[in-house]
Design a protein around this ligand. Structure first.
Ligand SMILES: *[C@@H]1O[C@H](CO)[C@@H](O)[C@H](O)[C@H]1NC(C)=O
Ligand SMILES: *[C@@H]1O[C@H](CO)[C@@H](O)[C@H](O)[C@H]1NC(C)=O
Ligand SMILES: *[C@@H]1O[C@H](CO)[C@@H](O)[C@H](O)[C@H]1NC(C)=O
Ligand SMILES: *[C@@H]1O[C@H](CO)[C@@H](O)[C@H](O)[C@H]1NC(C)=O
Length: 375
């Protein structure tokens, strides 16, 4: 009896210790590396465990549904391209292949990439700067490695899409068109992942510039971060594939700030969709950005903003929040003004959030673009 109990205690202790360590993979802007960091949830520490040399700087990275592949933009490629890595574990990341964007797409840089969580697991790529009004759909091999471009498609004149998101049933792709001040809805072909245009909603306010978009799993709402006006907004979806912007708006700046001093960055749902995390960046590196969390109810409506707290730094080109997959109150945030990764935790009373772990990654202005939680 005694020994069984002792064994059980030891086993559950080990399970706990195991669960306390989580890995993140982080991309860079200007240097060709992927970084792997480990967050210890018990000790509340971040440690750099691996620096993987690559042949691309990825302004954005995205893990495949089974975490066996990682896709990245090739931010500094002469011709906008996307790269594909196989991932054995968070520290064993091997380059597989690079795909050049569709030839009729003349955007200057590949800016964003997102892997579909549903079969056939197509990968969607976006462009920015220059004539970036296009998007690319890429197929993958059975093992998840990027295979080929199956579709190049166009948005509108002046469009430059900075982020996309899938509806929870993977029927629709939502695109945040920063250059064209719009949100777009495409129908996803279930056989091969190709897209068919459904609707474009031009944002009611000029210069709002939707940058990233995320949809709630219940299907009724889509949220966007407005880079130009430093706000978080929500839209109602419709079965006809249309989006309707709602009145309710949450500010990512304080009353005496000016939106023109900022360029709001990211919105993302927490592990169990309890909170919508959002972040803002300051243009001037002597200013600070903001981090915020908004209450989300069960059907996906945004209820109230809990707090708007200054970040450690301006954020540079990043200040991208990545909610952890294991704790609604825990997020990672990246900064490339000096190069670091942080983990923030929401206060128990939800009136604010604090840095619980900080990791400087000094790589001469490259790090850190966005982070993905591997575990
Ligand atoms: C994945 O499949 C492709 C196509 O068969 C192959 O070229 C590649 O080497 C495979 N990658 C891995 C890691 O097995
Ligand atoms: C994908 O499916 C659509 C609809 O069936 C078809 O029109 C298109 O040609 C397919 N694309 C590829 C690359 O097979
Ligand atoms: C940033 O702010 C500092 C301090 O207010 C100011 O001296 C500097 O000119 C600003 N830089 C830019 C590029 O606006
Ligand atoms: C952050 O990344 C941007 C985009 O590549 C780059 O222009 C900038 O110099 C980087 N920041 C620093 C402080 O190096």
């Amino acid at each position: 009896m005694h020994s069984v109990r002792a064994l059980f205690t030891a086993a559950s202790f080990m399970a706990l210790a195991e669960a306390a360590k989580h890995q993140l993979i982080i991309g860079t802007f200007s240097t060709d590396f992927l970084y792997t960091a480990e967050y210890d949830d018990t000790a509340q520490t971040l440690e750099l465990v691996k620096k993987t040399p690559t042949n691309a700087a990825s302004s954005w990275i995205s893990l495949s549904h089974d975490r066996k592949n990682l896709y990245g933009t090739d931010w500094n490629a002469e011709k906008p391209s996307f790269v594909s890595y196989s991932v054995k574990d968070a520290s064993t990341i091997d380059y597989e292949v690079r795909l050049e964007g569709s030839s009729d797409c003349t955007g200057e840089k590949s800016i964003f990439v997102e892997a579909s969580p549903s079969p056939p697991y197509a990968v969607y790529g976006n462009y920015f700067y220059g004539n970036a009004k296009c998007g690319t759909v890429m197929s993958v091999h059975d093992n998840g490695t990027l295979d080929s471009i199956i579709q190049g498609y166009e948005y509108g004149d002046g469009s430059a899409v900075h982020g996309v998101s899938f509806s929870s049933d993977s029927q629709y792709l939502y695109s945040a068109d920063d250059g064209g001040n719009s949100l777009w809805v495409h129908k996803i072909n279930q056989d091969n992942g190709s897209l068919e245009y459904l609707s474009r909603m031009t944002w009611p306010q000029d210069g709002a510039d939707p940058r990233h978009v995320v949809s709630h799993p219940a299907g009724g709402y889509v949220y966007t971060v407005l880079e130009g006006t430093s706000q978080v907004a929500m839209c109602m979806t419709s079965e006809l594939g249309k989006l309707y912007p709602m009145q309710q708006i949450f500010s990512l700046i304080k009353d005496d700030d000016q939106a023109s001093d900022f360029w709001a960055d990211e919105v993302a749902l927490s592990a169990n969709n309890k909170y919508l995390w959002a972040s803002n960046r300051a243009h001037n590196s002597s200013r600070k950005g903001y981090i915020s969390a908004i209450e989300v109810n069960d059907d996906g409506a945004l209820v109230k903003q809990y707090f708007l707290t200054e970040t450690t730094n301006s954020g540079g080109y990043a200040n991208a929040v990545a909610p952890s997959p294991f704790d609604d109150g825990l997020v990672a945030i990246t900064d490339n003004s000096t190069g670091f990764l942080e983990v923030w935790k929401m206060d128990d009373d939800k009136a604010g959030a604090k840095v619980v772990a900080h990791l400087d990654i000094d790589d001469a202005g490259g790090c850190c673009a966005n982070a993905v939680w591997y575990s």
